[in-house]
Design a protein around this ligand. Structure first.
Ligand SMILES: *[C@@H]1O[C@H](CO)[C@@H](O)[C@H](O)[C@H]1NC(C)=O
Ligand SMILES: *[C@@H]1O[C@H](CO)[C@@H](O)[C@H](O)[C@H]1NC(C)=O
Length: 879
């Protein structure tokens, strides 16, 4: 009878019987119905076992549907063994071990052969076996056949799934069979590589592997090496005289361990990469090493406390150095922006570039003598290179180019060659072409030139082949049209939905609830200061040290002698105290050396004050634009650019969620005596509601640094900050505001020297085109600059201010470019034509303020008057 009641309950739960009408029916009725209709399926969802399971156990997703397929959990429930699908809508099921707080799969049994929701996992004395729908042998997957005395299946607190005999001796464990992840306590050993997934959503084995060699760990694509652990800038080699045995990770770093033959007691560290933050709430966090589907090794840190996953470390640092990031013959720049190499265009599949008209890529194996005569070599631009060549010896040396190409022509798997003129080295590209990278510096003779083997069309392609793409296009066009209509419609709908939501959200009048019980209900709040104490600390708000977009800033000294900066927020949005406190809690949790630390706040009687650490040299705008005696040197400017970039990169991708600053400008970059660089005011834009500023209800930030998307209504993203950052880079170079009257000596178009309106970003673009970078630099530096440094900063800035947000690099890439780890590609000038438009109009107006558009007064900083009102209109008008 209890069983029947259980079925009764389970059935109603399962079938969604909500029923008043049904509940009064006796349980036996249900069991009868159940037996009649559902008897082939096991409908009883079993309870999740903790720690271990005994033999004669079966599980399917369906039989554990109430626990989403979980049937076994580790003692503290950090890990679960499940039969589950990877995407909620997928019909492919896998036997997996999952880290519950992050929902990350750390191991899977049958990644290449998914099963259905009713397929069974069976556990017997002979081990584990996973069957397909038919349930008959052979199993889809099983533990080794020599097991015959398994006594328990245990899921350990480390995430290791182990099969033990009656004496608790391990017969098999999942840690010995890694998939694409290693967790702390698990060793990656020689001969057991990590293998990437094919795509984000497809679990089956892809083309990348993390393997161990005798003295290093390597990443390989289709068996070809493209990365070594020892090359990573963060890696340290402890010894060269030892043989690698395994790779492991603990809370302090990743280690390649091995033995040196002489003392074969303990393994010693061969190479290490140490984490730089081993502080904070590490006991609460969990790291994994994952080989992702793009071929990069990531260290993903999960904070159990916040249930967030952060990619803490990625290698190769420059994602362009993963070999297929842009598909076949795609050129990767700025850490992942792809286009086809010159004289190639996108093929029918998204992941390849094909030669323009008239020829086809040589196909593997198609090298019979009949096509030999029609083989041709398309040369790649000289600034393009192939990463895989860095890891192999040339196929031939002392060859000339034609020998090199001839021998490629006779080799069926040779797809092209790279040739170094001054050494006569010839490198074959075999089997398939990966992506190309841009060389950081193009030295003419000593560098490799690429040649892609192609076959003339009329030989290789039968009539059918040639028609194929046309047919596909003909079929795709109507489809594309439909997709376009749908996306436009949904975009409009989405915008509407968003706007109305905002309107509703802010409709409530200013409401400041009283009562400090709120403080307790919001975790992670920084110190709450008493208003009177802050009044005393600032001597009655006597020393004003700044006025930003959100209110004035005053210097204060706390009773313990620490100096602080107290910000009095004046232009609050109409959100309530709870929202304010939640924002403050979020900001207070963000810690980075390049971000100003929030020490506390005060929210009493309608006052909103924020207490920050004090930076004694204040914001850089005064030093930069006025300077006086102490002009900022070039190195200091570069340091500021890099520090601000790192801080922003952290806001964008290092925190629990992306924080868009929305108001990057020199006024918000602070420095101290030791030239520490810190960004202030981050997170505050969320505190300012869409106020009464008329048309630009959602506009935040400061004109002059505003990206075009603010005005076009396109979505605001982290790339919006990248634009403002780029504008600021220009100002760091020139030492002047971007829109100002500047003395321009007559060069070509003007007689003598004159004061005229110069829009500096446009000047920078023009000088970049003429490669006259040094002339852009602040005259006050008296030429004490490094030419390459200036060129790099100007190029990065030109990338950052690209009109199209997705063309702008991420801040992480900007950091890479400034540090030198990521090559700075040639900026795309087509994306910068809007600068010419403003520049020209400004010159016509003679630098006078041109108020095409009267912007309503708002709480925003109006420091950018003359040009920016003009710019605003220009941007919207240009569309
Ligand atoms: C095996 O381990 C379990 C759980 O730790 C324990 O209860 C049991 O006594 C052990 N058996 C033997 C033979 O050690
Ligand atoms: C991590 O492992 C390395 C290498 O064995 C060791 O030197 C280090 O002390 C370990 N760190 C911790 C926190 O256990």
């Amino acid at each position: 009878m209890p069983l029947l009641s259980y079925i009764h309950a389970a059935l109603r739960r399962r079938m969604g019987f909500s029923g008043v009408a049904l509940t009064h029916l006796p349980p036996p009725f249900f069991s009868a119905v159940f037996l009649l209709f559902f008897s082939p399926m096991a409908v009883l969802s079993g309870p999740v076992s903790v720690s271990s399971i005994s033999p004669n156990f079966t599980a399917s997703y369906y039989s554990f549907i109430d626990s989403s397929g979980a049937f076994l959990s580790s003692p503290d429930t950090t890990f679960q063994a499940r039969i589950s699908s990877i995407n909620s809508d997928s019909k492919s099921f896998y036997f997996v071990v999952v880290h519950v707080p992050s929902n990350a799969v750390i191991w899977s049994a049958n990644r290449n052969s998914p099963i259905s929701q009713s397929s069974e996992l069976r556990f017997s004395n002979y081990g584990l076996a996973l069957y397909d729908d038919s349930g008959s042998p052979p199993p889809v997957w099983s533990t080794p056949e020599n097991i015959s005395a398994a006594a328990s299946l245990r899921l350990l607190e480390s995430g290791n799934l182990a099969l033990l005999d009656s004496a608790n001796v391990s017969l098999w464990q999942s840690f010995d069979h890694p998939t694409d992840v290693i967790v702390p306590g698990q060793n990656l050993t020689v001969g057991k590589p990590l293998i990437s997934s094919s795509t984000d959503s497809n679990f089956s084995e892809g083309n990348y592997r993390l393997v161990l060699s005798d003295d290093d760990a390597m990443l390989q694509w289709k068996g070809m090496t493209y990365w070594k652990m020892s090359m990573d800038p963060r890696a340290f080699r402890h010894t060269a005289a030892a043989t690698v045995e395994y790779m492991m990770m603990n809370t302090s770093g990743v280690y390649l361990m091995g033995k040196n033959g002489i003392n074969h007691l303990d393994a010693i560290v061969i190479i290490s990469i140490e984490f730089n933050d081993s502080s904070g709430d590490d006991s609460m966090s969990f790291r994994t090493i994952k080989l992702d589907h793009n071929g990069a090794v990531d260290i993903v840190k999960t904070s159990a406390k916040y249930a967030s996953n952060v990619r803490e470390f990625t290698s190769p640092v420059d994602s362009c150095r993963t070999p297929y990031i842009c598909g076949s013959l795609g050129v990767c720049s700025n850490g992942g922006y792809c286009r086809c190499a010159l004289s190639f265009h996108p093929g029918t599949s998204n992941s390849e570039c094909v030669p323009a008209e008239g020829s086809n890529l040589a196909m593997e194996g198609s090298c019979n003598s009949s096509i030999m005569s029609s083989i041709n070599y398309l040369s790649l631009r000289e600034d393009l290179d192939y990463v895989l060549n860095d890891f192999v010896d040339p196929t031939m040396v002392n060859a000339n180019l034609s020998t090199c190409q001839r021998s490629c022509s006779t080799n069926c798997s040779c797809m092209g060659v790279f040739y170094v003129r001054n050494s006569g080295s010839c490198y074959f590209v075999t089997d398939s072409f990966g992506s190309l990278v841009i060389k950081s510096s193009s030295t003419s003779d000593g560098s490799r030139m690429g040649y892609v083997k192609v076959v003339n069309n009329n030989v290789v392609s039968s009539e059918k082949l040639r028609k194929f793409p046309i047919l596909v296009v003909a079929l795709l066009l109507p489809l594309l049209a439909i997709v376009a209509v749908i996306s436009v419609a949904s975009l409009i709908w989405f915008r509407r939905a968003k706007t109305s939501k905002i309107d509703r959200g802010y409709a409530s009048p200013l409401s400041f609830e009283n009562g400090d019980e709120l403080f307790d209900s919001i975790p992670g709040l920084p110190v709450a200061f008493d208003y009177n104490n802050l009044f005393t600390a600032t001597k009655g708000f006597a020393t004003k040290i700044g006025a930003g977009g959100f209110g004035s800033v005053y210097k204060g000294t706390l009773p313990d002698g620490t100096d602080v900066a107290v910000k009095k927020i004046t232009c609050l949005g109409s959100q309530g105290k709870r929202e304010f406190l939640s924002e403050i809690a979020a900001i207070g949790k963000v810690h980075h050396v390049n971000l100003v630390r929030l020490k506390g706040f005060c929210a009493e009687n309608g006052q909103r004050l924020l207490v920050y650490e004090f930076m004694n040299r204040g914001s850089i705008d005064r030093t930069l634009f006025e300077g006086g005696d102490c002009v900022l040197g070039w190195d200091e400017r570069f340091g500021i650019a890099l520090g601000a970039a790192r801080g922003l990169a952290y806001l964008h991708s290092g925190c629990e969620y992306t924080i868009i600053h929305c108001d990057i400008k020199p006024e918000n970059i602070l420095v101290d005596d030791k030239l520490h660089v810190k960004i202030s005011d981050f997170g505050l834009s969320k505190l300012v509601g869409p106020d009464e500023s008329g048309i630009f209800t959602t506009m935040r930030g400061t004109r002059g640094y505003l990206a075009p998307e603010w005005l076009t209504g396109a979505s605001i993203s982290d790339k919006t900050d990248v634009y403002s950052y780029g504008m600021m880079l220009f100002e760091l170079v020139s030492g002047k505001k971007n829109s100002s009257l500047q003395h321009r000596s007559g060069s070509g178009d003007g007689p003598g020297g004159s004061n005229r309106a110069v829009y500096f970003p446009l000047l920078a673009l023009e000088m970049h085109e003429e490669k006259r970078y040094v002339e852009l630099v602040d005259r006050r530096l008296g030429g004490r600059v490094g030419v390459e440094g200036v060129e790099k900063v100007v190029r990065v800035a030109l990338w950052c201010v690209q009109e199209e947000p997705r063309r702008r690099p991420s801040m992480a890439n900007v950091v890479g470019m400034l540090e030198g780890g990521v090559a700075v590609a040639e900026p795309e000038v087509e994306g910068l034509n809007f600068l010419r438009f403003y520049g020209r109009r400004l010159a016509e107006a003679g630098g006078e303020e041109v108020a095409f558009y009267e912007q309503p007064e708002s709480g925003f900083n109006r420091s950018y008057d003359s040009l920016s009102s003009y710019m605003s209109d220009g941007i919207s008008g240009a569309r």
